[in-house]
Design a binder for this molecule. Structure first.
Ligand SMILES: Nc1nc2c(ncn2[C@@H]2O[C@H](COP(=O)(O)OP(=O)(O)OP(=O)(O)O)[C@@H](O)[C@H]2O)c(=O)[nH]1
Length: 178
């Protein structure tokens, strides 16, 4: 989030406490969009602080580190937690984007193939290999998230009938006559 919005990278970051957020205006496929990005704390002790912020999200970027197998195994739990607290009614329709971050490091523990397979088998999520350190694919991944949200909104709009018939019948007032 910091690399994308402020174009900065810090090697000595403090853990996120609760939630941090930043906004960014972006043009995607000719549409101007204001993104509100919420970065939730990953540490277990902050669970109760982060979970209230899931509700109302339009998209979820599930992120792991390619040099840390455990963070990859945790993806399923993060997804489950998000779906539960965001109260996602149709998880298979919700836009998730998966990021394998830290591709700048040489000691990988998760291959791109393994990550892609997980994405395919767990909802066919788009997968991007990113580096907040050297900017690889960061903007591309966020823009894909915007595209998924816009596509989702278009689909939902199409489900709303345009020619509605109001079947609600107003009760007649007992005071009227004739
Ligand atoms: N080499 C490298 N290091 C990174 C990259 N992204 C983050 N880091 C480092 O990894 C550490 C953890 O980064 P965070 O962004 O705080 O990770 P987090 O998962 O959000 O952690 P919480 O704040 O506890 O939720 C920091 O020291 C970062 O500098 C990257 O793309 N490459």
């Amino acid at each position: 989030m910091n690399r994308y919005v402020t174009n900065k990278f810090d090697t000595h970051l403090f853990h996120t406490i609760g939630v941090e957020f930043l906004n960014k205006d972006v043009e995607v496929d000719g549409r101007l969009v204001t993104m509100q990005i919420w970065d939730t704390a990953g540490q277990e002790r902050f669970r109760s602080l982060r979970t209230p912020f899931y509700r109302g999200s339009d998209c979820c970027l599930l992120t792991f580190s390619v040099d840390d197998h455990q963070s990859f195994y945790n993806l399923a739990n993060w997804k489950k937690e998000f779906i539960y607290y965001a109260d996602v009614k149709e998880p298979e329709m919700f836009p998730f984007v998966v990021l394998g971050n830290k591709v700048d490091v040489s000691e990988r523990q998760v291959s791109a193939e393994e990550a892609r397979r997980w994405c395919l088998e767990n909802g066919n999520h788009p997968y991007y290999e990113t580096s907040a350190k050297d900017s690889t694919n960061v903007a591309v991944a966020f823009e894909e998230a915007v595209r998924r949200v816009l596509a989702m909104e278009e689909r939902t709009d199409q489900l709303v009938p345009t020619d509605t018939v109001n079947l609600h019948i107003k009760p007649r007032s007992s005071a009227t006559c004739c």
